[in-house]
Write a new protein. Sequence first.
Length: 376
Amino acid sequence: MPKTIRHLPASCLILLLAACGGGAAPPASPVAPEVGVITLATRAVQLTTELPGRTAAFRIAEVRPQVDGIVLKRHFTEGSEVLAGQSLYEIDAATYRAALLRAEASLASAEAQLNAARLLTERYGPLQESGVISKQDNDNAVAARKSGEAAVAAARAALETARIDVDYTQVRAPIAGRIGRSLVSEGALVTRNQEQPLATVAQLDPIYVDVTQSSGDLLRLQRDFAAGRLQRDANQNARVTLLLEDGTEYPHTGSLQFSEVTVDSTTGSVLLRAVFPNPDRMLLPGMFVRATLSQGSNSEALLVPQAGVQRNARGEPTVLVVDENNLVSERVIQVGSSVGSEWMVTSGLAAGERVIVEGLQKASPGMTVTPAPVGG
């Protein structure tokens, strides 16, 4: 550095530097950031709701013995399909066959006594009319015949009971379906109508799916239908699809059968029951599933992508709206059901308005932006 410049005061150096930079251009004005917007428009949508549920057997029956005895044989394979009326267990029937023979003998004896009483009344009738025997003797003969008829009826009932007991020694499947594990083995002593079942048979095709819906959602749907905001679709309203535990979709479609008439006081929910075909036995009782139910249609739904919806400090859903002058403003909205990746807007927005869905981090209320359409 030259000696003359080295000894200049600091104020002179500042003026010299300012003179050297006097030709620099002024700073450029900020450029409006580009954001992606969509223009809202109403369209018809089919509304669905996803609810948790569990599968339940269409029919289930516990197999119990109706006579006492020792189990001699088991006639099924655990986990197999059985037919209604198929013999599952065989109970020792020796004592019941003996009781059947006694009942047959008792019936034969009662019929013989009745025949003798009938012949006696046939002879006493004319004799009483001719005065050979007294009226009392004839009345006694008639009473003996009626008593014999009652004895025959009782003997026939006892015989039928004995036949039923013999038939009950073959424990049969009450319904068709898949039978579970056997809880007794050969040689076990079983008793009539015991508490523990021998096995359980469940009908799995079709199969029930029980789902729960909150009573609040049910009331909201009823209000929407009453106000005309939703329309019932007779062909689609009962349609139900399933999502399995592993995230795959069940290949068959079910139908909604009924909803429970009471609300669960502990959970505040209503039980809905759907029935599904289950030809491959993919669904088993007790499985957790998610059911998607069709709830109706809205012919003038206003949808906004979920990517464009944020939450303010109070937790309210908000969107950034671009007006005709490309100024950004924040709008608090109300949303209802989700339709795919979009929210159905119930208030706060109107058709034709532009909502920012891309570049939200570059925009804030009061800014001027350069909107670029990204789709309808």
